[in-house]
Design a protein. Structure first.
Length: 403
């Protein structure tokens, strides 16, 4: 657990110094490091710190959905994975209620609305870019403490093992130390493991994650279906679908205990017959869901991605919002690693962050119940589908965020 201490000075003459230290080498952290290097920050002046090895992170089997805007960011740094399934349409509906909305790529003159890929494939691609750039990397390593001073930040790191491009850190018997002009927190972790932030809400929902197959798949069409317990998303991935099924914790426990055939039958009852019957499921994982956000920064520290805002997975905005953080922060820090740039970052990202938090929070709470108002929500989906500008606004938010 990282701790932030304000100190009069954070200098340690024996500790190696960096312009920017990034705590967390997930997609957001590595994308930031790679984009900084591409925009002129010397690679050896960037420190990337993570508790996992790159091999461990690359073996992560989870699937992620990336927007068209996120692909543009990743392509700029040469980290777009080849194995990504394009989403051409997004079908949004409410279970047992009239009304639906269909968002189509052709309306926006784009090759895809978004993409589905393995988390591990994205991490592998980003890791390769960072290694080739020679970015200083410490992993596996855990940041034990952060002390912010007037002109620098001191980091105490346990278990640090230097890898590509890393300058050996000043070591004690149990820890190493480095200093940096700016520290970026990019390690968010799971909602259930986080300390509460300024905006905190436990949705009392658990996401069931799996890969499933159906008897009548529709190529390149994603589904977001709202049920009385939470949203159910099916994202096309190769010949399968990536399932994110949000239900109450007691329902999740029951679903996890079912054999595959019974689980697939319950999935079919919840989703409907648009894709025929579900015929296969991978082993299932379960994750508690909540909102945990705090966009504030200090003079020399800032949080991005999941570390700044952990969101409900509805509409798949978490990592996409984080990559938009990355794009803005990299542009500013490339001009100078100093407090004025962090202040600008916080202000520039305020509207997009607030809009996305409100959107996902509202959808997660209002659509996840069986009150009579759900009929009105179904009608609202129908209205969105019939009114082109409304559908366009929804698509723009999902593809690019609030710009």
């Amino acid at each position: 657990m990282n701790t932030l201490n304000q100190a009069a000075s954070a200098h340690d003459d024996n500790a190696p110094s960096y312009d920017i230290a990034i705590c967390g080498a997930g997609p957001a952290g590595m994308a930031l490091a790679a984009l900084l290097a591409r925009r002129g920050t010397p690679a050896q002046r960037i420190a990337l710190i993570d508790a996992k090895t790159l091999e461990q992170a690359s073996n992560d089997p989870r699937s992620i959905a990336l927007s068209w805007g996120s692909r543009q960011i990743l392509e700029e740094i040469g980290a777009w994975p080849a194995a990504a399934t394009a989403i051409h349409q997004i079908h949004v509906s409410r279970r047992s209620q009239f009304g639906r909305s269909l968002i189509d790529r052709d309306e926006h003159k784009l090759p895809a609305l978004g993409y589905v890929l393995r988390y591990g494939d994205l991490v592998t691609a980003l890791g390769t870019v960072c290694q080739r750039a020679g970015i200083a990397t410490l992993r596996p390593a855990r940041v034990e403490a952060i002390a912010e001073g007037a002109d620098a930040v001191a980091l105490t790191i346990a278990g640090a093992a230097a890898s590509t491009g890393a300058t050996p850190a000043a070591a004690t018997a149990d820890a190493t130390a480095i200093t940096a002009a700016i520290v970026v927190q990019a390690e968010g972790g799971l909602f259930s493991d986080q300390e509460s932030k300024a905006q905190h809400r436990d949705y009392q929902q658990t996401a069931i994650i799996a890969q499933v197959r159906s008897s009548r798949p529709i190529a390149h069409r994603a589904y977001e279906r709202f049920t009385e317990q939470g949203p159910l998303a099916l994202l096309p991935q190769g010949e399968e679908y990536s399932l994110v099924w949000c239900v109450r914790p007691e329902t999740a426990a029951r679903l996890q205990a079912l054999d595959d055939a019974t689980f697939l039958a319950e999935l079919g009852a919840a989703f409907g017959e648009r894709l025929g019957t579900f015929t296969r499921s991978s082993p299932r994982l379960a994750f508690p869901l909540g909102l945990n956000a705090d966009p504030r920064s200090t003079a020399r520290t800032v949080a991005i991605g999941n570390a700044a805002q952990t969101l409900h997975p509805v509409a798949g905005q978490g990592l996409n919002l984080g990559l938009r953080d990355v794009a803005v922060l990299a542009r500013l820090l490339a001009q100078g690693a100093n407090p004025s740039m962090l202040a600008q970052f916080t202000e520039l990202r305020r509207q997009d962050r607030n809009t996305t938090v409100r959107l996902t929070d509202t959808m997660a709470r209002i659509f996840a119940n069986d009150s009579p108002a759900q009929a009105l929500l179904g009608l609202s989906l129908a209205a969105i589908d019939m009114v082109g500008p409304a559908r366009g606004v929804l698509a723009e938010l999902m593809m690019y965020g609030r710009r």
